[in-house]
Design a protein around this ligand. Structure first.
Ligand code: INS
Length: 567
């Protein structure tokens, strides 16, 4: 197999750059290594060659198998709204009252919050792969409990157990993908997981609509969710963990094997150099037992400035995602559309979920090319504009949300012009959400160094689920107490403030090696420097790609990069 060996990398090496303008002043021992290739003796660039490899079969398989966790996240949070309607009197022999519906719905979010916190510890101490496999067992048990449930208690218990699985998967899947992805396609591969979340939600809505009128049809809807975790569990018996995890545990041979399978075109010497680089950077947290390690990692995340900045950014982004109000729109869109006079409100909800899915696909193509920061700075104002339009339209629509039992009265005259305006604005809101804040926060693992990645991700994934719980529990009450106009205006205001936070605090990390991103945060948020670095990385990647393609063309062989664009 042709490799990107020494002579092929001459131009690449010319383009190699030191990131010396970002100072190496971190107080942590874990940050002592240089970003740039440590093995330059044979004039090769570790960094560049590792950024320009095509995704191998292993990378593709791992991404898709791991993203089953995303699908389950989406499916399990998506099916509940139709299941609650379809359950009728099948549990305890009576119709569910609102309190029971709320408990059944929120049991999953609560379980997910707890699962995410524990997952952050398990990923570092047990491994990414065993953690995902453990979540599969919880998914299977939780789904089976719900499918066979005849009482509200068992249903709630099943939702809770499954929720723990959802929380674990929501943290572990993006972390796994980002650790094994080549840096130039890391953003996109993490978006595959978000695509599976939004796809899972869409499919759950569609199947839910299909079985709505079928007797006990909700059991089919819930029972189907046993299949994907079973598939994922079996697949992971045959798949490896991430090289970075193996290196944390000093399992160098296994790490090397996986790296060779991820980068088959890269010279073995470069793989060895990369391993040395990772070992130098990715030391384990000190401590001779599980609890000491947890305490030390928690301490380190708060006391090392670059870690603390990473924590602020990652939790901030997850908070912005949840407090953008998207999920309340997902959960209550059918109610809202009914209120504005739409007869087939479920169909409109499917359109909203479909928009979320389609525009996540757009993000897939844009995230590494345009960059996370630029996408957010563009899409957040579009969300604000859409919410302002909703606020104005609700003002003129004369909808009464004031009933204390959350029964919504509409003017009852069918869909009006303002109703159409609301639906169009919500579709625009969904599109701009999906392109940016719907998926960028899930790039969270890239912000943390190996030593505290698990704990850091536990924090921000916890913020995601905590935020989701709060928003789901308060949205309808807000609509009642401060009117829809007030509610949408409030969220528009929050997103405006969020834009400022992104502008001042979120550096551009696309294209950077995982080990480089913490350097960016060493002595500040370094926005300008990060933009320069990301631009430089893009330029280098393009240059290296041309060079490698030209070399292969001159040898009349198919370039390994020719398929890159189709990832
Ligand atoms: O990224 C996902 C996605 O945007 C989903 O549609 C949403 O329901 C989740 O809360 C979010 O984390």
């Amino acid at each position: 197999m042709p490799g990107i060996k020494g002579k092929d990398t001459a131009a690449v090496q010319d383009a190699s750059l030191e990131t010396t303008s970002i100072s190496d002043a971190s107080s942590s021992v874990h940050h002592s290594a240089k970003i740039v290739p440590i093995n330059n003796t044979d004039n090769t660039s570790v960094l560049l060659t590792f950024s320009n490899t095509k995704p191998t079969l292993l990378v593709v398989v791992l991404t898709f198998v791991t993203s089953i966790s995303g699908f389950l996240f989406g499916y399990d949070t998506g099916y509940i709204s139709s299941a609650l309607v379809a359950i009728g009197q099948d549990l305890d022999g009576h119709t569910l009252h609102n309190g029971q519906k709320e408990l059944i719905t929120s049991a999953t979010s609560l379980g997910a919050l707890i699962g995410a916190i524990f997952a952050g510890l398990f990923v570092d101490f047990l491994g990414r792969r065993p953690t995902i496999m453990g979540s599969n067992v919880l998914f299977i048990v939780g789904s089976a409990m719900q499918t066979g449930a005849h009482s509200v208690g068992v249903m709630m218990g099943g939702r809770f157990v499954m929720g723990i699985g959802v929380g674990i998967g929501s943290l572990t899947a993006p972390l796994f993908i980002s650790e094994m992805a080549p840096s130039n396609m890391r953003g996109r591969l993490v978006v595959v997981n978000v695509l599976c979340i939004t796809g899972g939600q869409l499919i759950a809505y569609a199947i839910g609509a299909g079985v709505e009128k079928v007797s006990q049809g909700w059991r089919i809807l819930v029972g189907l969710s046993i299949l994907p975790p079973t598939l994922q569990l079996v697949a992971f018996f045959f798949l490896p963990d991430t090289p970075r995890f193996y290196l944390m545990k000093n399992r160098v041979e296994e790490a090397k094997n996986v790296l060779l399978r991820i980068y088959p075109e890269v010279d073995e010497k470069l793989i060895d150099a990369k391993i040395q680089e990772l070992i130098a950077i990715n030391n384990e947290v000190p401590g001779d037992n599980f609890f000491k390690k947890i305490v030390n990692a928690t301490k380190e995340i708060h006391t090392v400035p670059s870690n603390f900045r990473a924590l602020l950014i990652s939790c901030g982004l997850q908070g912005i995602q949840q407090f953008s109000s998207w999920n309340s729109l997902m959960y209550f869109s059918a109610t809202i559309f009914q209120t504005v006079g739409f007869k087939n409100s479920t169909a409109v909800s499917i359109i909203i979920a479909g928009t979320n899915f389609v525009f996540t696909l757009v993000a897939f193509f844009a995230i590494d090319r345009i960059g996370r920061r630029r996408i957010l700075l563009f899409s957040l104002p579009c969300m604000v504009a859409a919410l302002v339009v909703c606020a104005i339209a609700f003002h003129f629509l004369n909808v009464d949300f004031s009933n204390s039992t959350a029964v919504i009265h509409s003017s009852g005259n069918g869909i009006s012009g303002w109703g159409v305006v609301i639906i169009v604005a919500m579709i625009c809101f969904a599109a701009s959400y999906a392109i940016g804040i719907g998926n960028v926060p899930w790039q969270q693992s890239e912000l943390f160094p190996q030593s505290v990645r698990g704990v850091g991700c536990a924090y921000c994934t916890g913020v995601n689920w905590g935020g989701s719980l709060i928003i789901a529990a308060t949205f309808l009450t807000m609509m009642q107490n401060i009117t829809p106009t007030g509610t949408f205006a409030f969220f528009a205001g929050l997103i405006t403030v969020s834009w400022l936070l992104v502008f001042f605090m979120y550096p551009e990390l696309s294209g950077l090696e995982l080990e480089e991103t913490q350097k960016v945060l060493t002595n500040g948020f370094n926005i300008k420097e990060s933009e320069r670095l990301a631009k430089e990385r893009r330029r280098q990647a393009a240059l290296a790609k041309d060079q490698i393609n030209a070399t292969f063309a001159s040898e009349k062989k198919a370039s390994p990069l020719q398929t890159l664009e189709t990832v």
